[in-house]
Write a protein that binds this ligand. Structure first.
Ligand SMILES: Nc1nc2c(ncn2[C@@H]2O[C@H](COP(=O)(O)OP(=O)(O)O)[C@@H](O)[C@H]2O)c(=O)[nH]1
Ligand SMILES: [Mg+2]
Length: 198
């Protein structure tokens, strides 16, 4: 059963004027493209094709809003293979992200999806900087844990934890084996239900 039985896609936005009404609470999901963000969202929401995996060209460069329950939302942020983005496009992306992080009162936390084998990339540092600039708590899912041996996975978690320090909490995750799904949902709920503003 889905943990969020009413979960549904709301709308995609390419400009701040298109964002959904800024009430209630929302948590943003960010990740370098191909890190496994859509797969992680599908596991957490417990719906197979919720946020489509890979190949949905139209939606991947937009801010996608999903209703979870009551006045609570999950927001799928655009992720780039950072180096590949041409100048103009990257500027548009950076402006859109800056606007989103600065203006959203309902934004309560960020999930950053990181491929455990690649560790923290420049894209991830950029997203951590956006979150840090507005005092937003961040939780890192080190995903694709199934691709590493257990010891290597544990080392990756420790190293990333050490690198990020107080900037984020970190957990191992796998969309394939569903490792870490309960911990991830708990953190998502904690962000959504956190009292007060940031
Ligand atoms: N083995 C493994 N593959 C994964 C995992 N998560 C995602 N993938 C694969 O990685 C690729 C990119 O995943 P996707 O969720 O589309 O990444 P996104 O671009 O960040 O949304 C797809 O081929 C997925 O099947 C995981 O936890 N384990
Ligand atoms: Mg995706």
């Amino acid at each position: 059963m889905s943990r969020y039985p009413q979960a549904r896609f709301l709308k995609s936005a390419n400009a701040p004027g298109q964002f959904v009404v800024d009430t209630g609470a929302e948590v943003a999901f960010a990740g370098r493209s191909n890190a496994g963000k859509s797969s992680a969202i599908n596991v957490i929401v417990n719906r197979r094709q919720f946020a489509r995996t890979s190949k949905t060209p139209g939606r991947t460069q937009l801010v996608n809003f999903f209703h979870l329950c009551d006045d609570m939302r999950l927001v799928d942020l655009p992720g780039y293979g950072f180096a590949k983005v041409a100048g103009k496009m990257r500027n548009h992306w950076a402006d859109l992200m800056a606007d989103y992080f600065e203006m959203r009162h309902s934004l309560k936390g960020m999930f950053l999806i990181v491929d455990m084998r690649r560790r923290i990339t420049p894209f991830d540092r950029q997203m951590l900087a956006f979150a840090g600039s507005v005092g937003l708590p961040t939780h890192v899912l080190l995903t694709k844990a199934d691709k590493l041996k257990r010891g290597q996975a544990a080392t990756a978690v420790l190293e990333v934890q050490r690198e990020l320090g107080d900037a984020a909490t970190v957990q191992p995750f796998s969309a394939l084996t569903r490792l870490g799904e309960d911990e991830a949902r708990k953190r998502l709920d904690a962000f959504l239900h956190a009292a007060g503003g940031r």
